[in-house]
Design a protein around this ligand. Structure first.
Ligand code: NAD
Length: 503
């Protein structure tokens, strides 16, 4: 069976009609073989506007459904995802090229956030606040916000949607989703899965609660500029965030920006090198280096450099690269030719700056339009371009250090601020790293790699990563509006700060 046929059959099982998959202008390729697997129709700007209006209408009734009942819809969504985990995981592998356990892991993450959101639906707590005025009560309440726009990247084609959507739905919002133009099929699958959950939920789930805008950035721009979208959660490159952020600010809409990372690790003299090796290998080579949290820079203390590097090189030389659908490879393909070209360009630049490259070459597999590469390990004399930029491919730059403070300074000396880790058994070093003058990232780990976050924590990063937070902890607050309410149950009207105004 061709991949196109398998894709159509998986989508049909999930409830997506076959005739939606052909004859359109948006051609979808599988990076596994490079072959075309569908041609979808992009939405026009006018239809995107209508979809947003429909979502707004759905919001107006959905917000009146009590929070715990809204949680029931998300519970059903989680059930549907459990029932269709294999099909959706396989589709992720076909459309993005992830190895099976990562494709399934992505769906598991969706299930996890649904479980989290169901609990949250009974915990959208406000505060009761002490008031200086007698006979008064002051509190804050949280209300549904409106239509939440979600723009997602190709590399987590379904999990990022669920992080936003599961929270938005329990918070009483409607969702309009613009998936990556490289991965629209998994979005159609999620839409069908959600619609099944909504049908089971019944009439209280209004039509139009989830809208999917198939298309390129033009469809995303409609979402960004639409006055009925008070929040846009946009995941993608820093370049995209630089365009989207100011446009949202111009109309005072909220932005949750989840942008590029240039994540680093520090291997200290007391590190458990076995543990560090495994964490580095997964962090740097997993998902073919196409995670926002991929480990891209490594600072290794001089005293352990010569013990670690040969082992790391061996891991790079022996890692299995190949067709993820056959289930044996640990590293699948890059998403497309442009990703391969960017990787080669960065490696050439690194070499020009004295970098010594292990790996990085293309792996031929009989499919001229599929781009498999050996992950590259680059020993760099110092942190100069291209080390300071995110290249979305499996390149790990390794640098030696002797002084911890200098390593920390270099660690923080890049634009992005997403994820970071330190490998040490020295309490002073690990606490420094996690402390006020330590890692400047949104995620800072000890003896764990930079990637593979759990949904329970708030996810996101600082600086050019955009500052947004999604998923766990109190990230839900971005999806609601807060009102401070003061109730006077006395017979007088005392003014705050002792102000008198007697008429
Ligand atoms: P991309 O920026 O090319 O595209 C991301 C999405 O933004 C797509 O849906 C695209 O159509 C849309 N888009 C682009 N320009 C737009 C505009 N001007 N207006 C509205 N929408 C626009 O990113 P990509 O190549 O799909 O993904 C890789 C990038 O995403 C990497 O930089 C990676 O680090 C980042 N990423 C970040 C996170 C995170 O949580 N911080 C997670 C995943 C990926």
């Amino acid at each position: 069976m061709t991949l196109a046929k398998e894709t159509a059959s998986l989508l049909e099982k999930l409830g997506v009609a076959r005739d939606a998959l052909s004859g359109g202008d948006l051609v979808v390729h599988s990076p596994v073989t490079g072959e075309q697997i569908a041609a979808l129709k992009s939405i026009s700007a006018a239809d995107a506007g209508k979809a947003i209006d429909a979502a707004h209408k759905a919001f107006q009734s959905w917000r009146l459904v009590p929070g715990p009942k809204r949680g029931e819809l998300v519970r059903l969504l989680g059930e549907e995802l459990r029932a269709h985990k294999d099909e959706l995981g396989r589709l992720v592998s076909i459309e993005v090229g992830k190895i099976p356990s990562e494709g399934l892991g992505e769906v598991q993450e969706m299930i996890d956030i649904c479980d989290f959101a169901v609990g949250l639906s009974r915990q959208l707590y406000g505060l009761t606040i002490a008031t200086e005025r007698p006979g008064h009560r002051m509190m804050e309440t949280w209300h549904p916000l409106g239509v939440v726009g979600v723009i997602s990247a190709f590399n987590f084609p379904v999990a990022v949607w669920s992080w936003n959507a599961a929270l938005a739905f329990v918070c009483g919002d409607a969702v309009v989703w613009k998936p990556s133009e490289k991965t629209p099929l998994t979005a159609l699958a999620c839409e069908a899965i959600f619609n099944r959950a909504a049908r089971r939920f019944g009439a209280d789930a209004p039509a139009g609660l989830l809208q999917v805008l198939i298309g390129d950035r033009a469809a995303g721009e409609v979402l960004v500029d639409h006055p009925k979208v008070p929040l846009v959660s946009a995941t993608g490159s820093t370049r995209m965030g630089r365009e989207v952020g100011p446009r949202l600010a111009k109309r005072f809409a909220r932005a949750v920006l989840e942008l590029g990372g240039n994540n680093a690790g520090i291997v200290c003299p007391t590190a458990d090198l076995d543990m560090a090796l495994r964490a580095i290998a997964f962090g740097a080579m997993g998902t073919a280096g196409q995670r926002c949290t991929t480990l891209r820079r490594l600072f290794v203390h001089d005293s352990v450099y010569d013990a670690l590097l040969p082992r790391l090189k061996k891991a790079y030389e022996t890692v299995s690269v190949g067709n993820p659908l056959e289930g044996k490879a640990l590293v699948g393909p890059l998403i497309d030719k442009a990703a391969f070209d960017n990787m080669q360009k960065a490696l050439q630049e690194a070499q020009a700056h004295g970098g010594k490259v292990t790996g990085g070459k293309r792996v031929e597999n009989g499919h001229p339009d599929a781009y498999y590469v050996h992950p590259a390990l680059v020993e760099m004399p110092e942190q100069v371009s291209p080390v300071t930029e995110e290249t979305f491919a499996p390149i790990l730059y390794v640098m030696r250090y002797t002084d911890f403070d200098e390593a920390l300074e270099q660690h923080n000396a890049v634009g992005a601020g997403l994820s970071s880790s330190i490998f040490t058994r020295d309490l002073q070093e690990s606490e420094r790293f996690l402390g006020v003058d330590g890692s400047d990232c949104g995620i800072a780990n000890v003896n764990i790699g930079t990637s593979g976050a759990e949904i329970g924590g708030a996810f996101g990063g600082e600086k050019e990563t955009g500052g947004g937070r999604e998923s766990g902890s109190d990230a839900w607050k971005a999806y609601m509006r807060r009102a401070t309410n003061t109730v006077n149950f006395s017979k007088a009207l005392p003014l705050a700060q002792g102000v008198s105004f007697d008429i």
